[in-house]
Design a protein around this ligand. Structure first.
Ligand code: ASP
Length: 373
């Protein structure tokens, strides 16, 4: 998987150093690093074509004079060029994770500005790559560019900064997690899905309640927020594996279609998107194909096409057959978190058995375990 080279890392450190040098530093104030990757929040309309294009972070700053009103040290790192999140690749997740890891001791919190299309994938990936995180990483964006009068971007950005800087009475960060803030909800990043291409409430966390809700006050659900294990250090991981494919089950699915998947040489993990509580049609050829993949060492993960609820393969014969063919329970994990969790696990040199165990373990709060294995 693509990785940052030494030159890019030096370039990155120099960019942040330059950004720091231009600002006075007051160590008594909490410090926040904004990582601007692109997305609608920072786009501007091409007057001729009407299409939205990215603009740079300095132009972006001019549209948010409110940033100066925070009693915070706010510094920034911007992708050059900023990108539409449809162009996000795992190498960009690595870039974001490296910026956070390299600056982990310097800043109290991080705000990532990101396009909405793949925000849930990035949030999920970062939740696995940043192990035992003790500082907030709040990802946000907008449905309307920051330059538009009715933009939702300003409110999303300003509230995200406030959350990233928030401390409890013991002086600890309120939310030391990778999360997404959108409209009025702060959600665990690896539980979110983009559900709306039109409304301002673009994200939902169907299987885990919001970590905080922003109204007149920001109300935190402290009992739901993950805290780091103080006996272990923060660790970052930059290696991600490849070879994942998604097979969506549908009525009338044909053998030839599944054959194409089976023939993929580099296939290492297959996510099967099943019906309801983890069910698939009872076709002997389908089970034969899955058994063949399992024998080849391919990891089979069963997640549901439903937005809400969990996989329970013991519930129906149509689910049990998948368990018997070697599929592992993906519980109530989102597609986004299942894909990025697999990439993360495949990048760590674990054996198949270890990966199967970790798929049935909540490593960053991404699944709700039930009694079914
Ligand atoms: N295509 C844009 C992106 O994901 C959409 C957005 O930001 O809302 O970058």
């Amino acid at each position: 998987m693509a990785d940052l080279g030494l030159r890019e890392i030096i370039h990155l450190i120099l960019k942040i150093r330059d950004s720091l040098a231009t600002m006075s530093y007051n160590s008594a104030q909490p410090s926040i690093l904004i990582i601007y990757t692109g997305g609608t929040i920072g786009m501007i309309e091409n007057p001729e074509t009407g299409a939205l294009l990215n603009f740079d972070f300095e132009q972006f700053r001019c549209h948010v004079p409110e940033l100066k009103q925070f009693h915070l040290q706010i510094h920034s790192y911007a992708f050059e060029p900023p990108i539409d999140s449809s162009d996000m690749e795992p190498k960009h997740w690595v870039e974001i994770a490296k910026i956070i890891a390299d600056n982990y001791d310097v800043y109290d919190g991080f705000v990532v500005l990101h396009g909405t299309d793949t925000m849930a994938f990035t949030a999920s990936a970062l939740s696995f790559m940043l192990e035992n995180l003790g500082k907030p990483v709040v990802i946000t964006g907008a449905q309307l560019p920051i330059g538009k009068l009715r933009t939702d971007g300003k409110e999303n950005l300003l509230t995200s900064i406030e959350i990233a800087a928030a401390r409890n009475s013991a002086g600890e960060p309120m939310v030391p997690e990778v999360c997404i803030f959108f409209e009025s909800q702060l959600m665990r990043g690896n539980r979110t899905t983009k559900i709306n291409a039109e409304g301002f409430n673009a994200f939902r966390s169907f299987n885990y309640p919001p970590l905080a809700v922003a109204g007149v006050h920001i109300r935190y659900n402290n009992l739901l927020i993950r805290r780091p294990d103080s006996s272990r250090p923060f660790r970052s991981h930059f290696s991600l594996g490849t070879g994942i494919f998604i097979l969506t089950i549908f009525p009338g699915i044909q053998k030839e279609y599944v054959d194409v998947v089976i023939q993929m040489k580099n296939l290492r993990a297959l996510i099967i998107k099943t019906y309801g509580s983890g069910n698939a049609p009872q076709k002997p050829w389908l089970l034969d194909k899955l058994r063949e993949l399992d024998r080849r060492g391919v990891i089979l993960v069963n997640i549901t096409q439903c937005s809400q609820g969990t996989v329970e393969m013991h519930r129906y014969a149509t689910g049990l057959q998948l368990l018997q063919a070697g599929a592992v329970n993906g519980y109530d994990g989102t597609l986004e978190s299942t894909v990025s969790k697999l990439m993360f696990l495949l990048g760590q040199n674990y054996s198949k058995e270890e990966i199967l165990t970790l798929l049935n373990t909540s490593i960053a709060g991404e699944i709700t375990l039930s009694s079914e294995a």
